[in-house]
Design a protein around this ligand. Structure first.
Ligand code: SF4
Length: 535
C-alpha cells in the first residue's frame, strides 16, 4: 500500500447492545458484545476488507464508525477535516472543565496501578481471566481519558501551570467558531449568486434578475467577513506557536506535544455536528430495495443529500446537471431520473444507491455486503464500478463481506473478525499466502476450489457454532473451536501483535507457517483434519 496518511483511526472501540431483562428479578444487565477492543487505522485511498462469519460484528463496526450506532467506549478519530475548521463543542468543554477531566484521568490511572499490582503479585500466567479482563478495561479507560485531553492540549497538558495556554486555546476556539459561521454565510450567499448567474439571461425570472445586485453585495460582505475572521484566527495561532517555542526544550512538553492531533473524535460530536460529516462518510447497504425510498424518484433520492448539504439550490439547473453527471458515472441513463426504485433491476438499484452516496463527494464509503444480494455477473459489474470510481475520485472503502474471494479481489488490506474482535490484519496477499491465525486458516480452507493444487491441501473443518456474544468464552474467544487451543488459551486473551511489518495477529501461537505444499505446520496440537477429497 502506497499511502500512509490516516483517514480514520480507531482505538479500543467497543460496542455493546443491552439485552432486555427476562424478568423483574433479574439483577444483572447483560450485553451483546458486538465489538470488543478494536484498534485499527484506515489509510486514505485504500480498500480495507472486513471478513468473518455472520454475527462477528463486521456490520456493527461499519455502522459504529459512521456513528449510526453510538459507540460504547474508545475513540474514532477522523482526519478528513481539522479541529480548527470544525470547532466542535467538545474542545470548549474540555478546556473549560480541564480540572474535572484531569481528576477523571487520575482516578483511571490509580485503578490501573491497583490492578497491575494485583496481576504482578499473582503472576501474569496464573492470573484469573476476569482479573486480566478488568485490568485491560481499566487500561483502555485510562488511555481514552488521556487521549481526550492531550489530543487537544498537546504539550501544554504537562506545562501550562498558570493556564496561559488554555486561555489562548479558548480564545482560538471562539475565533474558529466565528470563522466557521462566516464560512457558512459565505457559502449560502455564493449559492444564491451562482444560481442566478448560471441561468442564461434570457431565461432568468425578472424578480430573480432584479435581486442580483443586492445578492452580489451580500456576497462581497460575506467574503470580507470571512477574510477578517481568518485574520483574527491567524493572530491567536501565532501567539500559541510562540508559546510552544518557549517550551520546546522541555522533555515533558515534547512527550505530550507528539500526541497532539488535529483529527475529529466522531464519538464526541453532538448530533447536529455529526450531520455535517455525513456527506464525507457514506454507506451503501446490502439490500438496495429497502434502502431506497419507494415514494421518491431516483432524481429526488440523489437530490436529497445535495440539498441538505447546501451543494446547490433546490431545483436549480446546476443541481440537475450534477445529478445526471453522477448517474452517468454510475452507469445510469438520464431518462431514468424520473423513475421509481421498483422500476429497476437489483443491479440498477445498487447503482442508484452508489450514485446517491457518491453525489455528495464523500471521502469514505462503507460498502456493507453491497454485492451479496446480486447475481454473480452483476456482482462483478458493481465491483468493477466501485474500483473505477475509487481510482477516479480518490475514495477510501471499508468493504464488508463474508465472501472471501470478493474481498480478496477488491481489498488492499484485509481484517478478519471473530466474535467482535480483530484476530488478523494484513495485506490481502499476506493473508491469503501466509495466514497465521487458526481461524483465518480455517476460513481460507473453506473456499470451494477446483484448482488441483489447492485440492491437495488439507482442509480444516471448524466444528461447533459461534459462541454467544452475550457471554463469550473466557481467554481466547476462539478456543472452543480452535484446533490448536491449549490451557493458556482458555485463560489468557491473546493481544493483537504486529508479527511482521503491517501483519497483526491475535494468537498465542502466531508463528506457525504453511509448508511448501500449502499444509499448515502445527507444533502443538492433536487435531481433526480432513482432506478435500474426504480421504
Ligand atoms: S490463542 Fe489459542 S485458542 Fe486462540 S486462536 Fe490461538 S491457538 Fe487458538
Amino acid at each position: 500500500m502506497q499511502n500512509t496518511k490516516k483517514l480514520l483511526s480507531i482505538t479500543n472501540l467497543k460496542k455493546y447492545f443491552p439485552v432486555a431483562k427476562s424478568s423483574m428479578f433479574q439483577k444483572e444487565q447483560l450485553y451483546v458484545r458486538a465489538n470488543e477492543d478494536i484498534t485499527l487505522d484506515i489509510y486514505e485511498g485504500e480498500t480495507l476488507g472486513i471478513v468473518g462469519e455472520s454475527g462477528c460484528g463486521k456490520s456493527t463496526l461499519g455502522r459504529v464508525l459512521l456513528q449510526l450506532y453510538p459507540q460504547t467506549a474508545g475513540t474514532t478519530i477522523y482526519y478528513g477535516s481539522t479541529l480548527a475548521d470544525t470547532a466542535p463543542a467538545y474542545v470548549e468543554d474540555t478546556l473549560k472543565n480541564l480540572d474535572k477531566y484531569k481528576q477523571k484521568l487520575q482516578k483511571a490511572e490509580a485503578k490501573v496501578a491497583d490492578l497491575e499490582k494485583k496481576v504482578a503479585d499473582i503472576g501474569e500466567d496464573n492470573a484469573d481471566f476476569y482479573l486480566l479482563q478488568d485490568r485491560n478495561l481499566a487500561r483502555c479507560e485510562a488511555q481514552t481519558c488521556l487521549t481526550n485531553i492531550v489530543k487537544i492540549m498537546g504539550g501544554f497538558f504537562a506545562v501550562d501551570e498558570g493556564g496561559e495556554a488554555r486561555n489562548l486555546m479558548l480564545e482560538q476556539y471562539k475565533l474558529n467558531v466565528a470563522r466557521k459561521g462566516a464560512k457558512e454565510k459565505y457559502i449560502l450567499a455564493k449559492l444564491d449568486v451562482d444560481h442566478i448567474e448560471h441561468t442564461p439571461e434570457s431565461e432568468r425570472k425578472p424578480k430573480e434578475a432584479a435581486k442580483l445586485p443586492e445578492l452580489k453585495s451580500k456576497l462581497e460582505a460575506a467574503t470580507k467577513a470571512l477574510e477578517d475572521a481568518a485574520g483574527a484566527v491567524a493572530i491567536v495561532d501565532a501567539k500559541l506557536d510562540a508559546l510552544r517555542g518557549k517550551y520546546a526544550g522541555n522533555p515533558e512538553f515534547a512527550k505530550y506535544e507528539e500526541m497532539r492531533d488535529d483529527g475529529i473524535d466522531l464519538a464526541r460530536l453532538k448530533y447536529a455536528e455529526m450531520r455535517l460529516f455525513r456527506k464525507d462518510l457514506q454507506i451503501i447497504f446490502q439490500d438496495p430495495y429497502s434502502s431506497l425510498n419507494p415514494r421518491m424518484t431516483i432524481g429526488q433520492i440523489i437530490e436529497e443529500g445535495l440539498t441538505t448539504h447546501n451543494f446547490f439550490k433546490a431545483g436549480s439547473q446546476a443541481m440537475r446537471d450534477h445529478i445526471v453527471k453522477t448517474m452517468k458515472e454510475c452507469g445510469l441513463q438520464e431518462y431514468m431520473l424520473h423513475r421509481y426504485p421498483h422500476q429497476f433491476s437489483g443491479g440498477q438499484r445498487q447503482r442508484v444507491a452508489i450514485a446517491r452516496a457518491l453525489a455528495v463527494e464523500p471521502k469514505f464509503i462503507v460498502c456493507d455486503e453491497c454485492v451479496s444480494a446480486l447475481d454473480v455477473s452483476i456482482q462483478s459489474q458493481i465491483i468493477n464500478l466501485l474500483q473505477e470510481l475509487k481510482e477516479k475520485q480518490k475514495l477510501t472503502y471499508m468493504f464488508i463481506s463474508h465472501d472471501l474471494s470478493v474481498v480478496r479481489y477488491i481489498s488492499d488490506r484485509i481484517c478478519v473478525m471473530y466474535l467482535g474482535n480483530v484476530v488478523e490484519l494484513g495485506t490481502a496477499q499476506t493473508l491469503f499466502e501466509d495466514p497465521r491465525h487458526p481461524y483465518t486458516v480455517a476460513l481460507l480452507s473453506s473456499i470451494p476450489t477446483t484448482d488441483p493444487e489447492s485440492l491437495k491441501k488439507e482442509r480444516i473443518l471448524l466444528e461447533g457454532n459461534i459462541p454467544s456474544p452475550i457471554k463469550p468464552p473466557a481467554g481466547c474467544k476462539f478456543h472452543t473451536r480452535c484446533y490448536m487451543a491449549c490451557d493458556k488459551c482458555k485463560r489468557v486473551p491473546p493481544e493483537l501483535k504486529e508479527i511482521e511489518p503491517g501483519h497483526f495477529v491475535a494468537c498465542h501461537f502466531d508463528q506457525k507457517k504453511i509448508d511448501e505444499k500449502g499444509n499448515y505446520l502445527f507444533e502443538l496440537p492433536k487435531m481433526e483434519r480432513k482432506s478435500n477429497r474426504g480421504e
